[in-house]
Design a protein around this ligand. Structure first.
Ligand code: HEM
Length: 129
């Protein structure tokens, strides 16, 4: 929703700050929840999870997505007026919003793909194990 607000596709009746205040806590809470449930699944079947290309690519993208979201929320708090008036209109910022939207979409697919890691062929350590 934050990405869609930056792209100008949703929530245009709210400021950027209002949008992040509304959805930011959901983002953080959901990440903690998925970290906890993910860790439980890893403890349950460590080899199935850790010997897959999809899992490690997903973890890398989760780290990138989280870092971008954290930096964004921090700079928005510090330079709120600049964000609302100019930065949100920049093409580079809209490009970054589109990129992070795609990153989160890939994370969803990669989560499901862990069970089908053979699709990566020789890139999957599971095919060699
Ligand atoms: C924060 C750290 C995370 C960890 C450690 C983690 C770990 C895992 C693990 C171990 C699985 C099980 C895969 C399997 O055995 O089939 C899984 C599945 C999945 N994850 Fe995550 N995950 C995390 C975050 C996320 C996030 C942020 C999303 C979505 C935005 C996500 C979406 C999914 C999906 C859609 C599945 C497939 C569930 C299914 O098979 O029905 N995960 N994750």
């Amino acid at each position: 929703m934050i990405d869609l607000r930056i792209l100008g596709w949703a929530g245009m009746d709210q400021t950027l700050r209002q949008t992040t205040s509304r959805f930011g806590p959901w983002l953080t809470g959901a990440l903690y929840l998925m970290l906890a449930t993910g860790l439980l699944m890893i403890i349950g079947e460590p080899v199935r999870e850790l010997v897959t290309f999809s899992f490690w690519l997903k973890m890398f993208l989760v780290a990138v997505g989280t870092l971008v979201a954290a930096i964004f929320q921090r700079t928005l708090r510090k330079h709120n007026q600049q964000w609302e008036e100019t930065l949100v209109r920049r093409r580079s910022i809209k490009g970054l919003a589109m990129l992070t939207f795609l990153i989160w979409a890939c994370i969803i697919f990669l989560g499901r793909l862990i069970a089908y890691d053979h699709v990566w062929g020789s890139w999957s350590p599971a095919t060699k194990a």
